[in-house]
Every structure is written in structure tokens, then in C-alpha cells.
Write a protein that binds this ligand. Structure first.
Ligand SMILES: NC(=O)c1ccc[n+]([C@@H]2O[C@H](COP(=O)([O-])OP(=O)(O)OC[C@H]3O[C@@H](n4cnc5c(N)ncnc54)[C@H](O)[C@@H]3O)[C@@H](O)[C@H]2O)c1
Ligand SMILES: [Zn+2]
Length: 399
């Protein structure tokens, strides 16, 4: 036998830039990101635009045009008119967008040194991001997330995917973007559902990573509910930092292990999204999944009851519904259908089922299963959950 051992590493770097009004003619952020190195060849960009963003800001394509015209000197130009794509889960419920991007790239002669700019919510970023990672085995992509959830979580990471065969994110790749630009202007136009969605991810990550942030969120809840921009900016920024620290600092950016340490509350959330036929958005499902797992964790003594209640109260104050009838659906085997999420979660990563659970506020420990009796108790508590006074700010979160 002869063995030729191979080993190489690939270095990834990308900036997450926070700015306001990225397409204002004098905004330099994209010019700095897209400009070829000195002496390099000029490049071209295709821009994809979430229809939901477009509906709220019909002047955006014109501003994009004006911006590219004003920055011709930076060495990047539009390859075609910005293309509007369906927003929300429809974007990633088939491979249609992937094929469309492939056709566009082929028709306009894009190469691997071209750019694909994706402006949209997490679903559009996921679907067009998958396309960008496949066409020519990868065209450079810059993501411009336009929802709180995408700016705080979905748009920052190294993953993309579309749904297939009735499963969330069945087809996807790990492909880091070349840059992420979080533009606060996009958040102003969100409806209340999309505005609050990011808070679910913030509560999720605070519960298992940062007790201080958990306290802060509980205090911020009324201001988040009142749509105060500065409060949301703070929640989004800290949530983004915690996600990025995990992706780049935890040693497993491409999830080779069997755990998804930041996916607290997600085993049921992903299942609820599908069980509700996507009536529940990702953030809404995560709010329920997190509330459920917080109650479960409190029953098992993994987190103080008061801390769990304060975080659930924060979600409630922000306007999330914490119960959905999809929780009562039965599967073909008569078992509670949401529990099927456990098996799907395990299959997605392979190996043993591994779930993140709080280990005191702001810390987590993996568990390898759910006690169904305890789960039913948590479910019963969630079903009759009511806010417990207005003790959020004064609650003893982790102190
Ligand atoms: N890749 C990842 O790591 C990752 C992580 C978490 C979630 N996700 C995915 O992200 C998706 C959810 O993303 P989301 O919460 O951003 O929602 P979304 O993409 O489903 O968008 C929700 C709605 O808001 C509209 N919209 C988007 N931006 C808008 C704006 N600025 N103004 C007005 N309307 C706007 C969209 O058109 C859509 O109708 C899910 O598919 C989820 O699986 C991916
Ligand atoms: Zn999520």
C-alpha cells in the first residue's frame, strides 16, 4: 500500500460592515469592498433585490444605478439591471432561483472574479447565496441583509440553503461571503412581524452565551416593542457579534461536528415552520422553540425559573405569540408531530442527536435527547403561559 497524505488549509476573511444608506451617492462602503486591487482588472456585478424590500422602497433600483454611476472609477459596474426576486420562504422553496441566477450569470458572461450582490431577507440570501456558491463553483458574493433576523444572524454566517423534499435547508453549502453590509436604513421599513423576528435570535443566543446581554434584552424589550431604532441597532449588533464569534472562534465554522451550539430552540422551530406550512416565519418559530426549551430547561434545573420567565417575558413584550396550534398536530404514527423535529435535527448533522441547552444563564451544555414526559410538562406550561406582572427590568436575571 502507498499513501500520499494531503493537507491544506484555506484562509477565509470577510468584514461585516455596519453603515446607514449604503447606496447614498457619497457612501464609500461598497466601493472599498468591490474595488479591484491596484492595477487589477475592473469587474462586474449582478444585483438581486428581495421584492419585499422593493415594495417598501420603490426608489431603490434607481439609487443603486446612481451609486454605480457615481463610483465607476472604483472599477466595478453593473452587469445588468438589478433583478427583483420573490421574498420570504417562496425564494427558497425550490431551485428556481438557483437556475435563474445561473442563467443570468451565463447570459451576462459573469466569471469567478465577478460579484453577486444580494439584498434581502434571510430566505433570499440563502437561495441566491446558494446559487452564487454553485455557479462556476463560486462567484464572489456580498450580502446586504435587510431584516433584523438576517442582520443579526442569517445573513452573517457561512451557510446557504434551499428547502427540498419537505425539509428545511436540505440542499445547501458552506460558502463564506466576501463581505456583509448591515444597513440600518432597510430596517426602518419592516412591518412589525419582520421587525421583531430578529429579537428571537437575540434572546436565543443571549440565553446560552451572554448573561449580560440577556439582562440587557429584558430591559430593552419595551423599547424594542416601541420600534426604537437605537434599541434594535444595539440588539442586532450584539447578536451579530455573538454569532460571528462562534463562527470564527469556536473551531468548527463548517459544522463538521455533531452539534450546532447556537441552534438553541431550533429543533422544534424548524419543524414548526414546516408543520405550519410556513405560516410561522423563522423568527416566530424560534420564539416558540426558545420559550419551550427554556421551560424544559427550567424544569430540569438547567436554568433558574426566574431567568427563563424573564426571557420568555421579553419575547412576549416584543409581540411574539408563544403558542401555536401546530404544536398540537399529530404525525401519522399518532405521536406529537413536533417531536419529529428531533430526528430531523439529528439527521441534518449525522451522528448522535446533540442539542444545546442552557447551563445557567449565558452558558450552554449539549444534551443528547429530550425526556418526553418533561417535554409534555413544558408544553403544558407554555400553553397556559401568561405574563407575570411587569417585573422584566427588575427580574433577577442571573444575578
Ligand atoms: N443561512 C443561515 O445561517 C440562516 C440562519 C438563520 C436563518 N436562516 C433562514 O433565514 C430565513 C428567514 O429570514 P428572515 O427572517 O430575514 O425572513 P425572510 O427572508 O423570510 O423575509 C420575511 C419577509 O420580509 C420581506 N422583507 C425583507 N426585507 C425587507 C425590508 N427591508 N422591508 C420590507 N420587507 C422586507 C421579505 O420579502 C419577506 O416577505 C429562513 O429561511 C431561515 O431558514 C438562515
Ligand atoms: Zn435561527
Amino acid at each position: 500500500m502507498q499513501v500520499l497524505p494531503q493537507h491544506f488549509t484555506v484562509d477565509y476573511r470577510f468584514d461585516v460592515v455596519f453603515t446607514r444608506d449604503v447606496f447614498a451617492p457619497d457612501n464609500q462602503v461598497l466601493a472599498d469592498l468591490l474595488a479591484p486591487p491596484a492595477g487589477g482588472r475592473p469587474s462586474r456585478a449582478l444585483v438581486y433585490l428581495d421584492q419585499g424590500v422593493l415594495a417598501g422602497d420603490p426608489g431603490l433600483p434607481r439609487r443603486i444605478h446612481t451609486w454605480f454611476a457615481a463610483h465607476q472609477g472604483a472599477g466595478v459596474r453593473l452587469a445588468a439591471e438589478p433583478g427583483a426576486v420573490p421574498g420570504g420562504e417562496a425564494a427558497k422553496d425550490s431551485l428556481a432561483l438557483v437556475e435563474r441566477v445561473a442563467r443570468d450569470a451565463s447570459q451576462h458572461g459573469l466569471c469567478r472574479h465577478s460579484w453577486i450582490l444580494i439584498i434581502g431577507g434571510g430566505a433570499v440570501l440563502d437561495a441566491v447565496g446558494l446559487a452564487a456558491s454553485l455557479v462556476h463553483r463560486g462567484i464572489r458574493q456580498v450580502r446586504l441583509p435587510t431584516t433584523t433576523l438576517a442582520q443579526a444572524d442569517a445573513g452573517l454566517g457561512v451557510k446557504n440553503a434551499v428547502n427540498a423534499l419537505g425539509q428545511k435547508n436540505l440542499l445547501g453549502t458552506f460558502t463564506p461571503p466576501r463581505a456583509v453590509v448591515n444597513d440600518g436604513r432597510f430596517l426602518d421599513q419592516l412591518d412589525d412581524r419582520a421587525w421583531r423576528a430578529g429579537v428571537a435570535e437575540a434572546v436565543k443566543v443571549a440565553a446560552i452565551r451572554d448573561a449580560g446581554f440577556a439582562r440587557e434584552l429584558a430591559a430593552l424589550a419595551p423599547r424594542l416593542a416601541a420600534r426604537e431604532g437605537a434599541a434594535m441597532e444595539r440588539a442586532v449588533r450584539r447578536c451579530a457579534e455573538l454569532h460571528l464569534a462562534h463562527i470564527t472562534g469556536a473551531g468548527d465554522p463548517f459544522e463538521q461536528g455533531t452539534s450546532r451550539p447556537l441552534d438553541f430552540g431550533h429543533w422544534s422551530a424548524h419543524r414548526l415552520e414546516m408543520l405550519s406550512n410556513q405560516r410561522l416565519g423563522h423568527g416566530e418559530a424560534v420564539a416558540i422553540g426558545v420559550a419551550l426549551d427554556l421551560l424544559y430547561a427550567a424544569l430540569g434545573g438547567r436554568i433558574a425559573e426566574a431567568d427563563a420567565q424573564a426571557l420568555i417575558g421579553c419575547l412576549h413584550t416584543c409581540g411574539f405569540r408563544l403558542w401555536d396550534e401546530a404544536l398540537d398536530l399529530a404525525g401519522a404514527d399518532g405521536r406529537r408531530a413536533v417531536l419529529g423535529g428531533l430526528e430531523q435535527f439529528r439527521e441534518h448533522l449525522g451522528g448522535e442527536l446533540t442539542l444545546a441547552m442552557p447551563d445557567g444563564l449565558g452558558r450552554s451544555r449539549d444534551v443528547n435527547g429530550i425526556d418526553e414526559t418533561q417535554f409534555e410538562r413544558a408544553l403544558a406550561q407554555l400553553r397556559r403561559w401568561r405574563p407575570q406582572g411587569s417585573s422584566l427590568v427588575a427580574s433577577p436575571l442571573g444575578r
